[in-house]
Ligand binder design. Structure first.
Ligand code: GLU
Length: 402
């Protein structure tokens, strides 16, 4: 078979590390290995029954054809109601875009707006796909440090210094994947004050973990905090995390009409609409009773507290307590430079994750994938017994390093 030469655009990017780790764990399990997969960020809960019922009804009602490119009116109305209810944001139907997953919505927005050389500011640690999506869309990711010392939050000073006349977007994510760090109303205000002074740039706010917060943390989003930026903000969200609907692929955004129209143009020539059945299911999810979220957050919090405590008890590991999402992002600085019993030098977080998988069958994602080392990410969206087992294995592994 002829080998295919990748396009220059594709050659600039790498495959998604979160999906690669998950796939690797899947293969090891299929081969009979005892693997605990804490790689992908995916709730272990099932999609609620009322949502499944809506999907079955949609199939029976023949809602199985092409839909409007960027979403059926019924889902757009449910999204409009959600933005009003949860965020105090008013949008009309022509300001809403529905796509096949939050990932696709972000990608569409970048493709719709970036020219060669346009810069996108991305605080690190970042979700693995932001920089590569910017590269694929022809732009330049500008990575800025959101350091552990500042609770993994971007400071206004760091933001100000990164802005140039070419800056097109800041990608903002709270609670954050991979750190779980949440920005308060006041934290966001300090950032939006900076952005107000730079009319060439917009904010893309990835609010995917909005509903997964702990200890009374009050979620806020930039367009709500600074109404003057309403016309310069794309507020992105989705059904995947809150409703445990990762496989259904429904993401959505509210933003300025021109941008939403441009995103629809991208979709019309690429994916067309998100799955019709998933759209009906998502409309029901958004309009439904959200009581189950509280119950699930209580379970997530119990897991978070146990994982943080057990990781801090592992030699060389230090783990901060996050405000939201279902990730922890511990430092593994204390094991760098040590050797495994078989003599392998742990010289990086990638090596730490690789050796942990070999020795104890625990799959985690290494920090370099998120632009910040030496750390690793654990998704604690797994059963508590499995998490306890995984943390015991991590403690045991760290205890063997010399
Ligand atoms: N957002 C999830 C994660 O970070 C899903 C996998 C992905 O698309 O990256 O693990």
């Amino acid at each position: 078979m002829n080998s295919i030469k990748q396009s220059d655009a594709l050659a600039r990017v790498k495959p998604s590390p979160t999906l690669a780790v998950t796939q690797k764990a899947r293969e090891l399990k299929a081969a009979g290995k005892d693997v605990i997969s804490l790689g992908a960020g995916e709730p272990d809960f099932d999609t609620p029954d009322y949502v499944k019922d809506a999907a079955i009804a949609a199939i029976r009602n023949g809602e199985t054809k092409y839909t409007a490119v960027d979403g059926i009116p019924e889902l757009k109305d449910a999204i409009i109601a959600k933005f009003q209810r949860d965020n105090g944001l008013d949008y009309s139907r022509d300001q809403i875009s529905v796509g096949p997953g939050g990932k696709a919505v972000i990608y569409n927005a970048l493709v719709a707006t970036l020219n060669s050389g346009d810069e996108v500011i991305i605080p690190a640690p970042y979700w693995v796909s932001y920089p590569d999506m910017v590269l694929l869309a022809g732009g330049e990711p500008v990575i800025v440090d959101a350091s552990l010392e500042n609770g993994f939050r971007l400071t206004p000073d760091t933001l100000e210094k990164a802005i140039t006349p070419k800056t097109k977007w800041l990608i903002f994510n709270s609670p954050s994947n991979p750190t779980g760090a949440g920005y308060s109303h006041e934290d966001i205000k300090q950032l939006t004050d900076v952005i107000l002074r730079h009319p060439q740039m917009m904010i893309m706010s990835d609010d995917m973990y909005e509903h997964i917060v702990y200890d009374g943390f009050q979620f806020a989003t930039p367009a709500q905090v600074e109404p003057k930026l309403y016309d310069r903000t794309l507020t992105v969200n989705g059904a995947s995390k809150a409703y445990a609907m990762t496989g259904w692929r429904i993401g959505y955004a509210g933003g300025p009409h021109d941008l939403i129209k441009a995103m629809a143009k991208v979709m019309s020539q690429s994916t067309s609409n998100a799955c019709s059945i998933s759209q009906w299911a998502a409309a029901t999810a958004l309009n439904g009773d959200h009581g189950f979220l509280k119950e699930r957050n209580t379970a997530f919090k119990e897991r978070r507290d146990m994982v943080v405590e057990m990781l801090n008890a592992a030699e060389g590991i230090s783990c901060a307590t996050p405000q939201g999402a279902f990730y922890v992002y511990p430092s593994c600085k204390g094991v760098i430079g040590k050797k495994t019993p078989s003599g392998v030098l742990i010289e990086s977080d990638a090596e730490f994750a690789a050796q942990l998988l070999i020795a104890e069958g625990v799959a985690v994602v290494f920090g370099a994938a998120f632009g910040s080392s030496p750390f690793f990410r654990i998704s604690y969206a797994a059963a508590i017994d499995q998490l306890r087992d995984a943390c015991e294995r991590i403690q045991r592994f760290c205890g063997t390093l010399r």
